[in-house]
Design a protein around this ligand. Structure first.
Ligand code: PRP
Length: 179
């Protein structure tokens, strides 16, 4: 038996790129003259952060942390694991966390605590997609791209069982068809 997934395009790459440019404008306005440490959460944010930083016209440094709370399922396990730590010093830095999507808020809430313990001089949050309807833990996001419906999304870095991260558009998984 094989499982097929039906994908419906929600945001095409053109719309995503213009959203990224708008976020970059807002970030540039706030960080000009600073040298922030931008932290991307792997794996999902890798495409967003790559596009975002190429729109930022000021000095910055990039780090990644690899977190996971979903495993192979479609809902958060509620337990966040640090699969790969940040190498750079956080203390005294202006830190901007970049996330692809916020769903329950569990991952970001965990990371905020984790970073604040390391005493940054400031901490702001950026996400491309905000699935507000699913929030279990309130988090205030400084830069939000798109408010998205409560559907399982893939593409532009987001996966379904590690697949579809490479799609240039963002699609929703309508259903699974067993054949
Ligand atoms: C996804 C996504 C966020 C998190 C958001 O990561 O990239 O990090 O879930 O969900 P939450 O708000 O409910 O915590 P995932 O754990 O699937 O790992 P991945 O980035 O490697 O795909």
């Amino acid at each position: 038996m094989t499982t097929k997934v039906r994908l419906t395009k929600l945001y095409d790459n053109k719309e995503i790129k213009s959203t990224v440019r708008q976020i970059a404008k807002d970030i540039t306005r706030d960080y000009k003259g600073k040298n922030p440490l931008i932290i991307g959460i792997l794996k999902g944010s890798f495409i967003f952060i790559a596009d975002l930083v190429r729109e930022l016209r000021f000095p910055l440094e990039i780090e990644f942390i690899r977190l996971s709370s979903y495993g192979r399922g479609q809902t958060s396990s509620g337990k966040v694991k640090v699969l790969q730590k940040i190498a750079a010093k956080i203390k005294g830095r202006d830190v901007l966390i970049v996330e692809d999507i916020i769903d329950s808020g569990v991952t970001l809430n965990f990371l905020i605590d984790y970073i604040l313990k390391k005493q940054p001089s400031s901490l702001k949050l950026c996400c491309l997609l905000d699935k507000v309807a699913r929030r279990r833990i309130p988090v205030t996001i400084d830069y939000v791209g798109l408010i998205v419906p409560d559907k399982f999304l893939v593409g532009y870095g987001l996966d379904w069982d590690e697949k579809y991260r490479n799609l240039p558009d963002i699609c929703c998984v309508e259903d699974e068809i067993a054949t």
